[in-house]
Design a protein around this ligand. Structure first.
Ligand SMILES: NC(=O)c1ccc[n+]([C@@H]2O[C@H](COP(=O)([O-])OP(=O)(O)OC[C@H]3O[C@@H](n4cnc5c(N)ncnc54)[C@H](O)[C@@H]3O)[C@@H](O)[C@H]2O)c1
Length: 330
């Protein structure tokens, strides 16, 4: 049995990771200040410490109370549009919280660290598929903050031997196939939950930003990775860190779906139309953003097992229908 510290473990991807760790018999301590997360999303058996990762004293107390085998760092500001209104806050907070945590981990002798990074650090793609070596040129302060966090971790590796895996998620989507957890953000900015809410009448009509892109149906194409597959990547990279090396991986399906295809699939799964209107393109939205996941497959044996759009949408839909008020509904 191992013990892990999970920041942001009451949030969407973090809570699914906590559940997987608890289920395989590991001990888990979560730090989350619940600004976006939910107490009810933390799997029974995990310890929840309600605290801000920026609070060095509380973080030090957690490291003093428990010895950890690794840290998973999910807690972050992560709204791209908000980051363009508050770039300094995003860069300061995401960078300094990562480094505060890394420093505390080093001091406690915990030398394995997994960072939730993002495809947003690539900016405009320089090829059809984004590889780990693709040009890093973020077009948002959010992407920049994660790139800086990755670089900070490089220094912690060089100087202190802190081995880290930066997982560059594409679009996390779907929900626990067992129906125990789902996606509940406020505000929600992700396409699939917004389309489901529009179909259910729980939210406004969807806005499709741009229908004149150079793609087969004119809408943007993105890579959606099922949250359960994303969690599996987190568990697998622990072995890489155990080999004494740091790594960076793109975590995506390797397939793209257009906004239009997502809307059609949501309508099909829900059995009702998704009300939508079209709007102008959003600045900074590239037409196509799809991951090459070859490196992750090759080095960890990872395979996406829930990759079909229908499974992604179905699991998200089932959770939402059972929890129309999200975690607030119990
Ligand atoms: N969801 C995606 O598609 C996606 C894509 C790329 C990268 N990411 C990254 O993955 C991570 C998790 O994303 P998510 O969608 O699960 O986000 P989320 O907002 O659902 O979860 C983040 C959690 O961290 C907590 N938190 C935030 N700042 C904190 C702080 N300073 N101290 C304590 N707790 C704090 C929030 O309360 C929340 O529970 C984030 O770092 C995000 O940038 C997510």
């Amino acid at each position: 049995m191992a013990r892990y510290l999970v920041t942001g473990g009451a949030g969407y991807v973090g809570s699914h990771t906590v559940l997987a760790l608890v289920q395989r018999g590991d001990e888990v301590v979560v730090i989350d200040d619940l600004r976006q997360g939910h107490r009810g999303a933390v799997a029974p058996g995990a310890e929840l410490v309600v605290a801000d990762v920026a609070d060095r004293r509380q973080v030090a107390e957690v490291f003093a109370a428990w010895r950890f085998d690794a840290v998973f760092h999910f807690a972050a500001l992560s709204l791209v549009a908000e980051s363009m209104a508050q770039p300094l806050r995003y860069i300061t907070e995401n960078l300094s919280n990562t480094l505060t945590l890394a420093e505390a981990a080093v001091q406690a002798g915990c030398l394995r660290f997994v960072l939730s990074s993002t495809a947003a650090l690539f900016g405009y793609p320089d090829s059809e598929l984004m590889h780990e070596g693709s040009r890093l040129d973020p077009v948002s302060a959010y992407g920049e903050s994660k790139l800086m966090a990755e670089r900070g971790l490089d220094w912690a590796d060089r100087v202190h031997g802190l081995r880290s895996a930066s997982l560059r998620y594409f679009n996390a989507a779907g929900a626990d196939p067992g129906g125990r957890l789902g996606e509940d953000h406020n505000p929600e900015t992700h396409l699939i939950p917004l389309a489901i809410d529009a179909a259910l009448g729980l939210g406004p009509a969807l806005t499709v930003f741009g229908t004149d892109y150079d793609t087969p149906d004119g809408t943007c194409i993105r890579d959606y990775v099922h949250v359960t597959d994303l969690v599996d990547a987190h568990l697998r990279v622990l072995d890489v860190l155990g080999q004494g090396r740091s790594a960076r991986y793109n975590v995506g399906n390797g397939n793209g779906y257009s906004v239009r295809q997502v809307i059609d699939e949501v309508s099909r799964v829900c059995g009702r139309p998704v009300p939508f209107r079209t709007g102008p393109r959003r600045p900074g939205d590239p037409p196509v953003l799809v991951a090459s996941n070859a490196l992750l497959r090759e080095e960890t044996g990872w395979r996406p097992r829930h990759s079909s759009l229908s499974e992604i949408v179905r699991t998200a839909w089932e959770w939402r229908v059972a929890h129309p008020r999200g975690y607030r509904g119990g």
